[in-house]
Design a protein around this ligand. Structure first.
Ligand SMILES: Cc1cc2nc3c(=O)[nH]c(=O)nc-3n(C[C@H](O)[C@H](O)[C@H](O)COP(=O)(O)OP(=O)(O)OC[C@H]3O[C@@H](n4cnc5c(N)ncnc54)[C@H](O)[C@@H]3O)c2cc1C
Length: 497
């Protein structure tokens, strides 16, 4: 068993959330070590919408220019009826949007965003990265001599890493979430009544994380744009289905995703096959049917749902991104919220005056900073989780009266009316300071000196806190991790990871 030297912060998971958190914390003055399970960094080929609340974070991290250079800035988000093709509503995300919110609305290839974040992490002297490292356990340990707490992370190979705090950014099927849930009152369990599917409906199927499929399946395609491909974000909605389309990577690629509710969900383990996809969209308008016919049919993503957690922090472990707030994709906010998490966490940690001189676990600066981060972020992310679910229900409703009222309200609003989007895209309130801050030198005899200095998050040069742990095998960006697949004619459901 190897035990590494202590480091300021350990980040578990190198997705968008984990990499953003590592970069933000390094910019706040922490030495950060990131552990990623996969051998290589990759995001499955698909698009991502980044609203102003996310591009604001990217700007604070100093990476917006690089991301923007690889993105598309659509002019409008257009919502249409999937069966008639009629425009129901639009949101102008061009110049008026940028004026109002200060930052652009972008659509980007996931891998492009990941590659930019990874490059900036690698270029930062306070960030070290190891791939091929699966974390199995995290515990908070209190030194009996000093009363000071630190975290210990145990990897699959038995290796131990120590840090002042651990950030669990291990995605929708988070293993570390279970630690927080098990620690107390964290969450209600997954959605009831679907355990007959065999598709991953239970806690057991998702590593104790409580994430559940809800019977909706997502099919995707990323390809060269065809002639006439719409330049904006197009959303086509109808009973139990929708289709979203937009260009990415400077219009070089076109992203499409169709979502429908499987009639065999809860009855058959192989629910959600392409025959069901075709049947669901059979009576939609021609542009929608054409798009659906082009989708990749060898895999699909079950839409995941989870009740909001009541807490994200246990001792020196804090959850972030999908690990903290898995949400349905209907607000296009999962990654945006992970980016908000990253900045809020780094701001809270940056305000923590370390190293500590003593005190109990949750009474010290780092523990207080984690709780301050939770206090700022949990209510907002919870709001997004709940609203995403409701928004999806409104898109997919089959009730004629609700459809009529919805469409009437949507048609009445103007494209430059932002009253319903301010809550989401306007800047969040500034993070609160940790309640306990104790500046001072490390206690003599401390076994785990933190590489921490008080600092605001900035895109400036690295602080003095260099990496305190040796660098492992650095992953290379760009290539995709092959998704799990099973044989047979029907596609296997895969998760986003
Ligand atoms: C169809 C679809 C469309 C979406 N569209 C949007 C959108 O338009 N806009 C938006 O903002 N969001 C969108 N989302 C949500 C977004 O994709 C996620 O919220 C976001 O990618 C989560 O990032 P993350 O870093 O938290 O998790 P992940 O990207 O899942 O990263 C987790 C990482 O942790 C690693 N890991 C897991 N377990 C371990 C372990 N034990 N040890 C070490 N490493 C581990 C994994 O390998 C992975 O690299 C969409 C989601 C879906 C499914």
């Amino acid at each position: 068993m190897s035990v590494t030297s202590p480091v300021g912060l350990l980040v578990v998971g190198g997705g968008i959330g984990g990499l953003a958190a590592a970069l933000a914390a390094a910019r706040a003055g922490y030495a950060v070590h990131l552990l990623e399970r996969a051998e290589e960094f990759a995001e499955l080929g698909a698009g991502l919408q980044l609203a102003a609340n996310a591009t604001r974070v990217l700007a604070h991290l100093g990476v917006l220019g690089d991301v923007e250079a690889l993105s598309v800035a659509p002019r409008r988000l257009v919502m249409r009826a999937a069966h008639t093709g009629q425009e129901l509503s639009a949101l102008d995300v061009g110049a008026p949007y940028r004026r109002r919110y200060g930052y652009p609305y972008l659509v980007v290839h996931r891998n492009d965003l990941l590659t930019v974040l990874l490059a900036h992490c690698r270029a930062h002297p306070a960030v070290t990265i190891e791939t091929g490292r699966t974390v199995h356990d995290v515990r908070t340990v209190t030194d009996p001599r000093t009363g000071r707490a630190h975290a210990e992370v145990e990897c699959a190979d038995g290796g131990i890493h120590r840090a002042w705090a651990v950030i669990g950014a291990d995605g929708v099927r988070s293993r570390l979430r279970a630690k927080v849930i098990a620690a107390g009152t964290a969450a209600r369990t997954g959605i009831a009544g679907i355990s007959a599917t065999g598709v991953s409906p239970t806690d057991a199927g998702y590593g104790g994380g409580g994430v559940a499929a809800n019977g909706y399946a997502t099919y995707r395609r990323l390809s060269a744009p065809t002639r006439g491909a719409p330049p904006d974000v197009q959303l086509w909605i109808g009973p139990h289905l929708h289709l979203v389309q937009y260009p990415v990577r400077r219009h070089e690629l076109f992203n499409q995703a169709a979502v429908f509710h499987s009639p065999t969900f809860g009855h058959r383990p192989d629910w959600g096959g392409p025959d069901e996809l075709d049947a669901a969209f059979a009576r939609t308008c021609a542009p929608v049917r054409t798009a659906v016919a082009e989708l990749d049919r060898d895999r699909y993503w079950p839409v995941q749902d989870h009740e909001p957690l009541h807490r994200w922090v246990h001792g020196r472990l804090a959850l972030l991104g999908d690990a903290a707030h898995p949400m349905q994709q209907y607000l296009a906010q999962g990654a945006c919220q992970a980016l908000e998490d990253a900045l809020a966490l780094a701001s809270a940690l940056g305000l923590a005056r370390g190293p500590q001189t003593g005190g109990a676990d949750d009474g010290d600066a780092i523990g207080a900073a984690l709780l301050a981060y939770q206090d700022v972020r949990l209510p907002r992310a919870t709001d997004c989780q709940r609203r995403a679910r409701s928004w999806g229900e409104l898109w997919h409703t089959a009730d004629p009266l609700t459809v009529a009222l919805r469409d009437r309200v949507l048609r009445a609003r103007r494209a430059d009316d932002y009253t319903d989007t301010d809550w989401l895209y306007a800047p969040p309130p500034p993070p609160r300071s940790p309640t306990t801050t104790q500046p001072g030198a490390a206690a003599s005899g401390s076994t785990t000196p933190p590489a921490v200095r008080p600092a605001a998050v900035s895109a400036g040069p690295a602080g003095p806190a260099g990496p305190a742990v040796s660098v492992g095998s650095a992953g290379s960006a760009g290539s995709a991790v092959a998704p799990p697949r099973t044989g047979g004619a029907r596609p296997s459901p895969v998760t986003h990871e």
